[in-house]
Write a protein that binds this ligand. Structure first.
Ligand code: AMP
Ligand code: MG
Length: 323
């Protein structure tokens, strides 16, 4: 039976948290906005554990937390607006969506298949200490189960994750109540027009004072930017065929679970859905690079993270309306 462990913010406990993160485990930690459910961002299986714990029905991209602007520049491609916003609001409650660098080392699952990464430098001293001790970027959505409101105290996190069956232990680092108590504002800077994807801790007026007019993702003249609908959303160029039990000529097979079939890759030989989620985007990329005439995917059960995996695969086969 997996469990939540509650830790006070002593230096020793911070070391425990940093070690747990480095080992691929989950740590809920305070930021100035809300509590985040963190995992090191360069480890597919650790990131998959976040989705499992939150019971998310689909893979939304996660915010990557780093300690400094220079660390952010190792992960995403800055532009002029990003420089100005970082200088004005970092560390702080502003998340910027920017193109991911090819060699950034961040799990593809963090981007949920997009070619961008949402990134932020938190100002909370415990978040900063944890980043320094862990020495890895930390991916963290809000530390609540999917569909619940964001936690602003450690007690909220405990309430959300205790008494549910989990496949992973969660350490909860208590840093008191969050100062801002609102999620970070998320600004997409990947296009020529800056788009406010989510209003949050930094007001749109103060963002506009720095980089000029923002479009609002929710407004009519702006296409919906939910991650699954983004034009840059990764879908393999190769046609996908789901629930395949064998391959047709020219196809490569993406397996799941124990099988006699000749698979090119297996998402999880043991049939573990968390492992399958961790492998999904990287294996789709690698299969695409082999330019087969089709990718056949074996059935993946519609339970646990299998829901999100199937959701993602279905999006990849549905006709694209944007490009
Ligand atoms: P949360 O998981 O509660 O921290 O929320 C993170 C927010 O950032 C969600 O609204 C995500 O959809 C958004 N987000 C994260 N990464 C990206 C990205 N690469 N592109 C667009 N939106 C993103
Ligand atoms: Mg959230």
């Amino acid at each position: 039976m997996k469990q939540t462990t509650f830790l006070s913010d002593s230096d020793n406990n911070l070391n425990v948290c940093a070690r747990a993160l480095s080992n691929g485990e989950l740590v809920a930690f305070p930021t100035e906005t809300v509590y985040g459910l963190g995992a090191i961002a360069n480890c597919d299986s650790a990131v998959a554990a976040i989705f499992e714990a939150k019971k998310r029905p689909s893979f939304n991209p996660l915010i990557v937390h780093v300690s400094s602007i220079s660390d952010a520049k190792k992960i995403v491609q800055f532009n002029e607006r990003a420089e100005e916003l970082a200088a004005s609001f970092w560390p702080g409650a502003l998340t910027m969506v920017l193109p991911r660098l090819n060699d950034c080392g961040i799990s593809l699952l963090v981007s949920a298949g997009l070619d961008s990464i949402a990134i932020r430098v938190p100002t909370h001293p415990l978040a900063q200490k944890l980043l320094a001790k862990t020495a890895h970027p930390i991916a963290a959505p809000s530390a609540n189960r999917s569909g619940e409101i964001s936690p602003t105290t450690a007690a909220h996190v405990v309430r959300s994750f205790s008494q549910i069956s989990m496949q992973h232990n969660i350490i909860i680092l208590d840093g008191g109540a969050c100062e801002v108590g609102l999620e970070s504002s998320v600004v997409d800077l990947t296009g020529e027009q800056s788009v406010l994807l989510r209003p949050g801790g930094v007001t749109s007026e103060s963002i506009e004072a720095v980089i000029g007019e923002l479009k609002f993702a929710a407004s009519e003249n702006c296409a919906p930017k939910s991650p699954g609908m983004l034009s840059r959303h990764y879908a393999p160029k190769t046609p996908l065929r789901l629930n395949a039990h064998s391959i047709n000529e020219g196809e490569l097979l993406l397996g799941f679970g124990p099988t006699q079939q000749k698979v090119t890759f297996n998402l999880s030989e043991s049939g573990n859905l968390v492992q399958a989620a961790a492998n999904l985007f990287a294996m789709l990329h690698d299969l695409d690079l082999k330019t087969p005439s089709g990718i056949a995917v074996m059935p993946i059960p519609l339970e646990g993270l299998g829901l999100a995996i199937n959701d993602r695969l279905k999006r990849a086969i549905s006709p694209k309306t944007e490009n």
